[in-house]
Design a protein around this ligand. Structure first.
Ligand code: DGY
Length: 329
């Protein structure tokens, strides 16, 4: 029998073509709920499952699964219990590298969009309230000269730093909040002398824009909560293109309502696709539907990597992009 692939949600070309060249492909007509997915994974009918972020692959599912591998269509893999997969001898793969610039573009877009009140401005025009140029219409804040604090120093944080420097921002970074780790000259590379490492506390207190670029792991769940929000500058803006649960969203809504911080630009939410009560009504937010990697070219590349991982799993070869433990590298 050839390789058998289960695809929980259709992925773009060339992903499905690569899979069908290597075996038999089943694409589910709609995203499966947990019991359906667990049943399919334990059926023995598939060698590899290609998953999306909303597919929960936890320890109980993995314990019963009859699979060689799980290939996630994303760089993040917090939906998969990677340690449990390793214990069950099930490989896990992801799609790193190809979405770095696209996601950093969205971080920069949120920085600019919140600073310059793009949603309020667009809304004013669309609702016929624009009466012509006015000296004090929708005044925002300057990005150049502002302090951008990057929580994390991985690929996307660095790509965001590159963009921010181009906009004349002052860039600080904390590599592993809430903890720390030394970052030497060699790791700083192109950024040596241009950006500066800070502790998490300093980052929180000094940033005009605090942008999150950490993986979602136990240490980073609710990294930004009421306590942290109250230590930020009253004029500060929170940017999140990483994972929703890194922020306590109910605390964020309170902080935005009470003017504890000035705004938020979010591409991810704590309980996607649901929003915390009151968030959507706040004018000082820019809210995007998790589109950091959503360009035609990037999604195609992600599909290619995801399929290459899946075929390698099915054929018992080394994956192009295995997920290594621990999640913090
Ligand atoms: C990822 O890849 O982890 C993004 O969140 C979706 O592209």
């Amino acid at each position: 029998m050839g390789n058998r692939f289960l695809v929980t949600t259709a992925i773009p070309d060339p992903g499905l073509k690569l899979l069908s060249d290597a075996g038999q492909v089943t694409v589910l007509p709609e995203p499966p709920d947990y019991p359906t997915l667990a049943g399919l994974c334990s059926s023995g009918d598939f060698d590899v499952v290609l998953t999306q972020l909303r597919d929960v692959i936890d320890a109980p599912l993995l314990a019963r699964a009859q699979l060689r591998g799980v290939s996630n269509y994303a760089v993040g893999y917090n939906n998969i219990d990677v340690a449990a997969a390793a214990r069950c001898g099930i490989q896990v793969g992801n799609t790193p590298g190809v979405l770095t610039d696209a996601t950093a573009d969205v971080a920069m877009l949120l920085i600019l969009g919140t600073a310059r009140r793009v949603v309020e401005s667009d809304n004013l025009v669309r609702t016929g309230q624009f009466r012509g140029w006015e000296p004090e219409l929708l005044l925002g804040r300057d990005v150049s000269g502002a302090v951008l604090g990057l929580a994390g120093f991985g690929r996307i944080a660095r790509a965001t730093a590159r963009r921010a420097l181009g906009f004349g921002m002052d860039v600080l970074f904390a590599p592993r909040p809430p903890g720390d780790r030394p970052v030497g000259e060699e790791e700083l590379g192109e950024f040596a002398g241009k950006i500066r490492q800070a502790g998490w506390d300093e980052l929180v207190e000094r940033s005009d824009f605090l942008s999150l670029h950490v993986p979602l792991v136990e240490e980073t769940r609710h990294l930004v909560d009421a306590h942290v929000l109250h230590r930020m500058k009253p004029g500060a803006i929170l940017i999140n293109t990483a994972r929703g649960p890194i922020v306590n969203e109910a605390d964020l809504v309170d902080a935005l309502r009470e003017g504890v911080i000035a705004g938020a630009g979010l591409d991810v939410f704590e309980d996607e696709p649901r929003l915390a009560s009151g968030l959507a009504a706040l004018p000082n937010t820019v809210l995007l539907p998790h589109v950091g990697s959503a360009t035609v070219a990037v999604r195609r590349e992600m599909a290619r990597l995801c399929a290459l991982n899946a075929v390698a799993m099915a054929e018992g070869r080394t994956l192009p992009h295995p997920v290594n433990l621990p999640a913090w590298s």
